[in-house]
Design a protein around this ligand. Structure first.
Ligand SMILES: NC(=O)c1ccc[n+]([C@@H]2O[C@H](COP(=O)([O-])OP(=O)(O)OC[C@H]3O[C@@H](n4cnc5c(N)ncnc54)[C@H](O)[C@@H]3O)[C@@H](O)[C@H]2O)c1
Ligand SMILES: CC(C)[C@H](C(=O)O)[C@@H](O)C(=O)O
Ligand SMILES: [Mg+2]
Length: 352
């Protein structure tokens, strides 16, 4: 079981270290860990945020555990050299088109959520975000017109094959949950979304047991705060999914809690190849302070054991240890507590 650990920038290495402690504690005899540079640190050391050796390491692994990338010192670099290009490059080069971002109420956090406790306690949803298309990967650029006016553009596009494959992932996820799928788009304005909606409706014919609904993204953002309990599975495009998942995190309690899996079609001898990462970024404002909440990354490691290694029992043990730690009142600074990154790692390990 080969995993490539790409810790990256800012709080990435801090939170990844705690996830690795948890994996080590499971004493999985076949686990082999490779570490690679990615993001701003890779740019500093190798002149590129995604050096070829890191991409090769990721390709040759059975799964990738990813921290975060992003470094304000790189803000003025040309776009292809910026740290964020590394995660986009990994997702596209490795064919990881399906991003699973679960958001579920956790014990004792209802009072800390941005929502009223009786509303927050009902959250149990999965965002299925398309990860290889949309404005992220369309033609883009900037130019200065003859009159000196500057212009920038990012082309939004999806073809039907791209929409169909994420539709099938989402319908299957809904089949395995409560049978409700809400497709979020902006079909009242965008051609891309009209195609998206048509393809979702076509795909629904294969899943008679799933109840498909459609919602415009502006309404979805509002409904997520008004009554998140109405959602089971949400399927949406790359940009809308990025935004709605950060929003969902505050409905649970903190962005330091939400994990994710990026999956494609490749199967290894153990399961589905995937990249696992917290939904948050490198948090430069708190990097180096030992205050970052590592729970999202620890939960991402649990998702890795489930999807890439078929170790449901170990995944469930990690999730139970997180739940038990929260139940016991362990709170990071992001949740109004005083537990640091390592304290939280200790608390989870103690319960594991
Ligand atoms: N997948 C990724 O690698 C990824 C994801 C998002 C953002 N980024 C990058 O990260 C950098 C910072 O972006 P941002 O500030 O918009 O988003 P961010 O998610 O890094 O941080 C947003 C806010 O949440 C807090 N926060 C985030 N994670 C936390 C944790 N685990 N514990 C406690 N608090 C936490 C931060 O301190 C900050 O105040 C940027 O360069 C951005 O591009 C990378
Ligand atoms: C860093 C950035 C490219 C990334 C995204 O937009 O996908 C991040 O926000 C995320 O949510 O993983
Ligand atoms: Mg994001």
């Amino acid at each position: 079981m080969k995993i490539a650990v790409l810790a990256g920038d800012g709080i990435g290495p801090e939170v990844t270290a705690q996830a690795m402690r948890v994996l080590d504690a499971l004493r999985l005899p076949e686990l082999t860990v490779f570490e690679g540079d990615v993001g701003g640190i890779a740019y500093q050391r190798h002149g590129h945020p995604l050096p070829p050796e890191t991409l090769t390491m990721a390709r040759e692994a059975d799964a990738v555990l990813f921290g975060a990338v992003g470094d304000p010192a790189c803000d003025n670099l040309e776009r292809h050299l910026r740290p964020e290009q590394a995660i986009l490059g990994l997702r596209s080069e490795l064919g990881l088109f399906a991003n699973l971002r679960p958001a579920c109420a956790m014990p004792g956090l209802e009072g800390l959520s941005a929502l009223r406790p009786e509303i927050a306690s009902k959250i149990d949803l999965l965002i299925v975000r398309e990860l290889n298309g949309d404005v992220y990967f369309g033609d883009k650029g900037t130019r200065t017109q003859a009159d000196g006016t500057r212009e920038g553009w990012d082309m939004m596009s999806y073809d039907e094959a791209e929409v169909r494959r994420i539709a099938h992932v989402a319908f299957r996820a809904a089949q395995g949950r409560n049978g409700r799928l809400c497709s979020v788009d902006k079909a009242n304005v965008l051609e891309t979304s009209q195609l998206w909606r048509d393809v979702m409706i076509e795909a629904a014919a294969d899943y008679p047991g799933v109840d498909l609904s459609h919602m415009y993204v502006d309404n979805a953002a509002m409904q997520l705060v008004r009554a998140p309990g109405q959602f089971d599975v949400i399927v949406t495009g790359n940009l809308f999914g990025d935004i709605l998942s950060d929003q969902a995190s505050m409905c649970v309690g903190s962005i330091g809690l939400l994990a994710s899996a990026a999956l494609g079609e490749r199967q290894t001898q153990y399961g589905t190849f995937g990249l696992y990462e917290p939904i948050h970024g490198s948090a430069p404002d708190i990097a180096g302070q030992g205050n970052a909440n590592p729970m999202a990354t620890i939960l991402s490691a649990a998702m890795m054991l489930r999807h890439s290694f078929g170790r449901e029992d170990d995944a469930a043990r990690i999730e139970a240890a997180i739940t038990a730690a929260l139940d016991h009142g362990v709170r990071g600074f992001d949740l109004g507590g005083s537990a640091g990154t390592v304290d939280i790692g200790d608390a989870v390990l103690a319960r594991l």
